[in-house]
Design a protein around this ligand. Structure first.
Ligand code: TTP
Ligand code: MG
Length: 378
């Protein structure tokens, strides 16, 4: 299940004046769109778009800054409703999770599709936002299905429909096949699922290693990955492979921020904090580099992850150009309900704002350096 225009939906719920007109959540230091409601999307506004472009496309939109604490709270409430359906839940981010409903029909005396429709109604009634659901016989198909019918969607890909569904689809719909992989596949004439079907497992493995074998399975609608409940998680990370290797500090910095936000978002969804911040790099000659730093206060704040990963990146720049960049958190522990607030922020942060947005405002007020001083770096 995946919430519809999550941050924007929470904002509209909390401020009825925003309802019925285009809304963009974002801005701040980076000046990009975090998310846009579906009305704003009609005008072409998208996540990660520069704000000046979004304003041009949709001048009538209201723009509000993110309020992370409200989203974390909504995410927790959604989680507690999902907990009633199954113990096998794997959150992917604040607004998205896999639920394994195998064997729950007998317990709840209703098939998964009914349970999920009830869940969607319940979330709308109790929490005031809408979700979209994808139901299928494995994870990668369920994820695809969750996007098919958005917003307020309910899409099902049954076993018997799987081959027909995948026919003619671009390889980009497969999980993990990003722009770089698409490019590499296209060089071998593979653009659609049908193109993949022409190759044997052996051929794909020879060309692409273990990913090749996974592509062989996915193109046949097979995915044996289990839904892993959060107890097993040892580290939380996000990485990206560039379409073209890069040494450009601005490009790397942009990706680093985005990856830090994604890592933080995933950690928050799992209510985890990490003591070790990791930067992962792959050079253009395929060497893997990993840099890490232990901090005093375990965190799941994007800003802290970014600040530290950025330091690590600066030291690693002599190894550029890079083909892959990633950020991660390790040595995870459970996030206590009231996370300790660093001293610097304690006196400055407005009560209602989240620590994240407080960090941003402190930065804006006192400059980039101030935040590094406030963090107890080892
Ligand atoms: P998504 O589920 O990707 O997007 P969404 O919920 O806004 O819209 P959709 O209906 O298409 O699912 O992401 C969930 C939230 O994560 C989103 O509301 C804002 C945040 N987010 C970012 O902060 N940066 C990003 O680049 C993206 C894509 C999302
Ligand atoms: Mg969503």
């Amino acid at each position: 299940m995946d919430c519809d225009a999550f941050y924007a939906s929470v904002e509209k719920r909390d401020n009825p004046a925003l309802q019925g007109s285009p809304l963009i959540v974002g801005g701040g230091r980076r000046g990009v769109v975090t998310t846009a409601c579906y009305q704003a999307r009609i005008f072409g506004v998208r996540s990660a778009m520069p704000m000046f472009q979004a304003r041009k496309l949709c001048p009538q939109a209201t723009i509000v800054p993110p309020r992370m604490e409200a989203y974390v709270e909504a995410s927790r409430q959604i989680r507690s409703l999902m907990d009633k359906l199954t113990p096998a839940i794997e959150p992917l981010s604040l607004d998205e999770a896999f639920l394994d409903l195998t064997g729950t029909a007998r317990l709840h005396k209703a098939p998964p599709v009914v349970l999920l429709a009830k869940l969607a109604n319940r979330i709308q009634a109790d929490i005031g936002i809408t979700i979209s659901v994808g139901l299928s016989h494995n994870k990668f198909l369920a994820k695809i299905a969750s996007d098919l019918d958005k917003p307020r969607g309910m899409a099902l890909i049954g076993k018997a429909q799987t081959r027909e569904f995948l026919k003619g689809k671009p390889v980009g719909i497969l999980g993990g096949v990003g722009p770089a992989m698409q490019h590499s596949l296209a060089r071998n004439g593979i653009r659609t699922i049908d193109d993949l079907l022409r190759f044997s497992a052996k051929e794909l493995t020879a060309r692409y290693g273990s990913i090749g074998l996974r592509l062989y399975d996915l193109s046949r609608g097979k995915d044996s990955q289990k839904i892993s409940a959060q107890t097993k998680v040892k580290s939380i990370s996000h990485e990206t492979t560039f379409e073209v290797d890069t040494a450009d500090p601005d490009t790397l910095d942009g990706h680093l921020w985005r990856l830090s936000v994604q890592t933080a978002d995933r950690a928050k969804a799992q209510e985890k904090v990490g003591k070790v911040i990791v930067l992962k790099l792959k050079t253009s000659d395929f060497r893997s580099l990993s840099r890490r730093l232990t901090i005093d206060t375990p965190t799941n704040h994007a800003d802290t992850i970014y600040t530290i990963a950025n330091r690590l990146l600066q030291n690693a720049l002599p190894h550029a150009p890079f083909r892959l960049l990633g950020t991660g958190l390790m040595e995870l522990s459970a996030q206590s309900s009231a996370p300790p607030i660093p001293d610097l922020l304690d006196s400055e942060a407005p009560k209602r704002q989240s620590i994240e947005s407080a960090t941003d405002s402190i930065r804006r007020k006192f400059g980039k350096k101030s935040i590094q001083k406030g963090r107890a770096l080892k």
